[in-house]
Design a protein around this ligand. Sequence first.
Ligand SMILES: [Zn+2]
Length: 279
Amino acid sequence: MKNPRKRQTKNDKQYRRQRHTTNDEIVFLGTGGARYMIATQLRATGGILFRLKKSNILVDPGPESLYRLLNYVPKFNPEKIDAVVLSHKHIDHSADINVYLDVITKGGFKKNGMLIAPADAFGEHGVIFTYLVSFLREVHIIKPQLEISIGDVHLTFPVKHEHPVETYGMRLVTRDYSISYVADSKFFPGIIDAYRADILILNLLRIEPSEIEHLSIPDCEKIITGIKPKVAVITHFGMTMLRQGPWKVANQLKDATGVVVLAAEDGKHYTIEKLLSYG
Ligand SMILES: [Zn+2]
């Protein structure tokens, strides 16, 4: 006869793991990028909220981000954001950052929150108001290979990107899964080794490779093929991508790579459990 006690322990373990991952999700507060999307809001430009292991990490809050957060995650109090991460200072990633810093610190009355951003986002030519920085509990300047733990989520910034301003993507690693966010960059082979993960988020702005330093469809194909994640999610679409149809492009990438590729949608909550189930 099987030992019922042993079975119970195993089930408990499985149950615990499931429960820990079940509430985890990625919410796209925007899936648009660049000038035309800022101006028209045909796709929102609010960045991404990672809700992982009870930590809330907001990344790249572009124009209208707070408004989108209040609409897309209505029961969530933005004061509960544990960390704000800025990949780079371009306006489609950073426009609302000061608004959040004010919210998180209650206008300076509460020393609170963590900010993680590249050096050129601060100071006279930066985008972060200097007076707000002093209200924060923790400030980290991103350098290649910076590592920070936020609760049970371990963040790393593996490599500096090729983009007109200082830019970094990041990996979010937990006990149960890993996520990579490949922010704006011209393609370079180092991206593949830097961003190996179960869930791969790619900022795909352009259809064709171009002089402007952004990932294109062929670049994303190379990255997905090189990493072979369980699932890839494309986002940060420009106008030409929107005209082309992000879902069509996602299917095209899926056919080319054999990996499930999703085109992110504004306001959609992607549970980690569901994303991992594709692999
Ligand atoms: Zn940019």
